[in-house]
Design a protein around this ligand. Structure first.
Ligand code: NAD
Ligand code: MLT
Length: 528
């Protein structure tokens, strides 16, 4: 039974999708205190959250069985993704499931701020009729600066353009051409600050975006600017904003998200020019159903067929591409493992080159597989997986590089792994023939044609009559069946490398006997 904990309120439609699956046992336990979550997290294979549950490294330290954390929403800043990755736990979200709701909320907040709607509503309900006090401003003809032009930023821009505003955007990952196509102008952050009547932030919270709006950047803004944050608490330094609101430098602010949530104490509570909502950007029936159903489906796919969709700590590959890439993924892992076992010793770097057909794909899953292959033989069983392989390599100080090189003349596709240890450097290359025929085609300077099967014996030998027969007889005497044998040599009579695919493991005693043959050296048993 796969045990899932749902620790934040998720729309019932998603829970039903999970519960329909008889292999899942689902516990919905919302509002848990951190110490309560810590007590029970060890029992679960999957955890589903929104933004309330804080999945800290302390919680993860007890999450002994956890394989996946699903975030019903976009932001994963309530999850220690780095720690989860180290532990090999997949973290996935639902990007886009609440984009429209968040964009509509942003525009509602901007309009409400411009026309004092919340304040006027509250006043009228006290039997007041203060037409003069609530005179607002039009957004028509104003300049709106959007920081972060991703999914939500784009939808906000589209809506604001229809009001006759000029839209400036700042996003280091969006080209001027893309901005131009969408009818907005891409500018520097300073230009955006200097020219905007409204500034709305739509970036994730990262080390670079934390306190993006602070006392210094507020100084660069137009006097009387209005600021909106429906993205993440912490993008704005709240103290600096409160000071600027008091001084009048900032005319008004509309905030949906806060440094600390839930919020029950704030200088903004006393300020009439600040309107606030309790993190409602994604709180629509449509968005909540979308993200809840979608994350439930992603979780089921993960547990039933291993598909990793929308993971923030693993590259996403659409199913049809994954199918085409699968032989290369398997080959990379096997080549990495072969190189690692063949070399032995402390690994310092892994250089992977891709050429031909394989180089047209996203290389990251291939490189991750190669690195996993390299680490597998030196890792404790069960601790390594595709999620934590790169982290573990980094922790061990192994430098990993990947390069696309022009197509090789001899092969339609080629993966070449150069593995350096403190004492040696070995190159192993492989290719995929036809649809799914994996082959090792080069071991250092020797061209070979070897199937990467489960048990491979490899050794260097003098190229002279009788050596191969002697090993064959020795294996036969010990009931070890040879599936195929390949000798790689540069010229007749020079040193050769012999690779023997055997049908079973070779016991240590037999390996020692082989090692004791005078014509043979560097004997290795490789398990793939
Ligand atoms: P997205 O990933 O599609 O877009 C984010 C954009 O920010 C990207 O284009 C990225 O290039 C840009 N960016 C990153 N660093 C930047 C920087 N230093 N300066 C400028 N731009 C930078 O994400 P999205 O779905 O549009 O979500 C945007 C934000 O809204 C996220 O923080 C998300 O968590 C939040 N969100 C809030 C609610 C809510 O309920 N209030 C709902 C949904 C999403
Ligand atoms: C999100 O990042 O998706 C939002 O914070 C929405 C939410 O879960 O409340």
């Amino acid at each position: 039974m796969i045990k899932i904990l749902v620790s934040d309120p998720l729309a019932k439609e998603g829970i039903e999708v999970l519960k329909k699956n008889p292999e899942f046992s689902v516990d919905v336990r919302t509002g848990l205190k951190p110490e309560e979550l810590l007590q029970i997290i060890g029992n679960y294979d999957g955890l589903l959250v929104r933004s309330e549950t804080k999945v800290t490294n302390v919680i993860l330290s007890e999450a002994k069985n956890l394989k996946i954390i699903g975030r019903a929403g976009t932001g994963v800043d309530n999850i220690d993704v780095k720690e989860a990755s180290k532990k090999g736990i997949v973290v996935m979200n639902v990007p886009g499931g609440n984009t429209i709701s968040a964009a509509e909320h942003t525009v509602s907040m901007l309009l409400a701020l411009s026309r004092n709607i919340p304040q006027a509503n509250a006043s009228l309900k006290k039997c007041e009729w203060k037409k003069k006090e609530f005179v607002g401003v039009e957004v028509f003809g104003k300049t709106v600066g959007i920081i972060g032009f991703g999914k939500i930023g784009v939808e906000v821009a589209k809506r604001l353009l229809s009001f006759g505003t000029e839209v400036l955007v700042y996003d280091p990952f969006v080209s001027k051409e893309r901005a131009g196509q969408l009818g907005v102008e891409s500018v520097s952050l300073d230009e955006l600050f200097a020219n905007s009547d409204y500034i709305t932030v739509h970036t994730p919270k990262t080390e670079q975006t934390k306190n993006l709006i602070n006392a210094e950047t507020i100084k660069k803004m137009k006097d009387g600017v209005r600021i909106i944050n429906c993205a993440r608490g912490g993008l704005i330094d709240e103290k600096a904003l409160a000071d600027a609101l008091k001084s009048g430098k900032v005319k008004g602010a509309a905030l949906d998200v806060f440094e600390k949530e839930p919020l029950c104490e704030s200088p903004f509570f006393e300020m009439n020019n600040v309107i606030m909502t309790p993190h409602l950007g994604a709180s629509t029936e449509e968005a909540q159903t979308n993200v809840s159903v979608e994350i439930a489906k992603q979780l089921i796919e993960f547990f039933t067929n291993g598909t990793i969709r929308n993971a923030v700590n693993f590259p996403y590959i659409p199913a049809e591409i994954l199918q085409k890439m699968q032989p290369y993924i398997t080959l990379s892992e096997k080549l990495g493992s072969f190189a690692s076992q063949f070399s032995g010793g402390r690994i310092s770097s892994v250089e992977i080159e891709y050429s031909g057909e394989v180089a047209k794909y996203d290389l990251s899953p291939l490189t991750i597989s190669a690195v996993k292959g390299v680490l597998d033989p030196v890792s404790e069983t069960g601790l390594l997986n595709f999620i934590n392989a790169s982290f573990i390599a980094k922790e061990k100080g192994i430098k990993v590089t990947e390069t696309r090189i022009p197509a090789s003349l001899d092969f339609t596709n080629l993966i070449n792994i150069k593995l350096k240890t403190e004492t040696a450097e070995n190159v192993i290359a492989g290719t995929v023939f036809g649809k799914n025929e994996l082959r090792i085609v080069k071991i250092n300077d020797y061209y070979v044609d070897v199937e990467p099967t489960e048990n491979i014996l490899i050794f260097s030998n003098m190229d002279k009559p009788g050596v191969i027969g002697k090993i064959g007889a020795l294996l036969g005497k010990n009931s070890i069946n040879i599936a195929s044998m390949e000798v790689g040599r540069k010229t007749a009579g020079s040193d050769a490398i012999t690779i023997v695919n055997v049908d079973s493991d070779i016991p240590e005693k037999v390996l020692t006997e082989i090692k004791n043959q005078p014509e043979i050296k560097n004997v290795k048993m490789i398990k793939l």
